[in-house]
Design a protein around this ligand. Structure first.
Ligand SMILES: NC(=O)c1ccc[n+]([C@@H]2O[C@H](COP(=O)([O-])OP(=O)(O)OC[C@H]3O[C@@H](n4cnc5c(N)ncnc54)[C@H](OP(=O)(O)O)[C@@H]3O)[C@@H](O)[C@H]2O)c1
Length: 279
């Protein structure tokens, strides 16, 4: 592997940390954002999923690519098929990030992207992370500021994963051929309810944070009231169904398989991000 690694969504929650992990390994990285935002240690490149004229410049000199659907997009098949086709036609290895559980049903759009890659014949690795610990400082930060996290999780548990562990798993998959052709379900080390997670966050930031279970309509109302588009709010509500069913609870050993280390706990995430969580 002598070419460069292209990281899409390079300035996002996971992409930025993938870059940190690759740069730390001494890899040559191209960082793709819409405005070619400069990111230290990388070649910044302008890339727009919806504009195929931006693909050539992004893919030049590249032999591996990290691909995901940025948050807010509801059509992963339409968004990712053109760039995956362009990359695999050049023989570029794809490390694709989807979502835990999507292999339950081949009609799920994220699963359809996985199947598309599997059919191309190009080398690939699929990473399916569980719910991010980092959501507490993005999606749920307003709730933390107001002292309660209100989501439709009931008492369902989740083995939350730190985005640093997703990124280090991706870096391992991008820099070794040992994992090619396989899919990995990435989780944190322990199953926690949102009530247990709120207690951990409270402890880390020194302020009371509780959990309020809500129904889907209340949740959609909270998100749209904060400015989220209704269709995306409804999508987020729908993906709490697997949480309530307990399907996001069980930890796996896949982060350790890829990185050689145990995944970080929510307590570690909260301690390392206490200032942002308390802001
Ligand atoms: N949050 C969770 O708990 C969770 C759990 C499992 C899986 N996932 C999956 O994780 C993915 C989201 O990952 P993330 O949070 O790391 O992404 P993210 O932070 O939303 O990604 C933002 C990045 O995407 C880029 N971007 C957005 N629209 C673009 C476009 N049209 N063309 C080119 N670049 C564009 C942005 O570029 P600019 O800098 O140009 O704006 C920015 O660099 C989703 O597929 C979600 O389903 C999330």
């Amino acid at each position: 592997m002598t070419g460069k690694i292209l990281v899409l969504a390079a300035n996002g929650t996971v992409g930025r940390k993938v870059i940190d992990a690759l740069v730390a390994k001494g890899e040559s990285v191209k960082a793709a954002t819409r405005k070619a935002t400069p990111i230290a240690g990388t070649d910044a490149v302008a890339f727009e999923y919806h504009d195929s004229t931006s693909y050539g410049g992004a893919l030049d000199g590249v032999d591996r690519m990290f691909v995901l659907t940025p948050g807010g997009h509801l059509d992963p098949v339409g968004l990712l098929t053109p760039i995956i086709s362009a990359a695999t036609a050049r023989g570029i290895k794809i490390v694709l990030m989807t979502v835990i559980g999507v292999d339950a049903d081949d009609s799920i759009p994220y699963r359809q992207v996985e199947l598309l890659i599997e059919k191309t014949g190009a080398p690939f690795v699929i990473l399916r992370p569980n719910w991010f610990s980092d959501n507490f400082q993005s999606y749920w930060i307003e709730g933390i500021r107001h002292g309660t996290i209100a989501v439709p999780a009931a008492e369902g548990k989740t083995s939350f994963i730190d985005a640093r562990d997703i990124a280090e798993s991706a870096a391992a998959a991008l820099t070794s051929d040992a994992f090619n052709g396989r899919a990995f379900n990435l989780t944190g080390p322990e199953a926690l309810s949102y009530g247990e997670a709120a207690a951990i966050l409270s402890n880390a930031i020194g302020k009371s944070v509780t959990y309020t279970p809500v129904d889907d309509e209340t949740f959609v109302g909270i998100l749209t009231g904060a400015g989220a588009p209704e269709n995306y709010a409804r999508f987020l509500a729908a993906i709490f169904h697997p949480v309530r069913e307990g399907w996001t609870a069980a930890p796996t050993g896949d982060v350790k398989t890829l990185t050689g280390h145990e995944p970080r706990s929510l307590e570690t995430y909260a301690r390392d991000n206490a200032a942002a969580l308390a802001s």
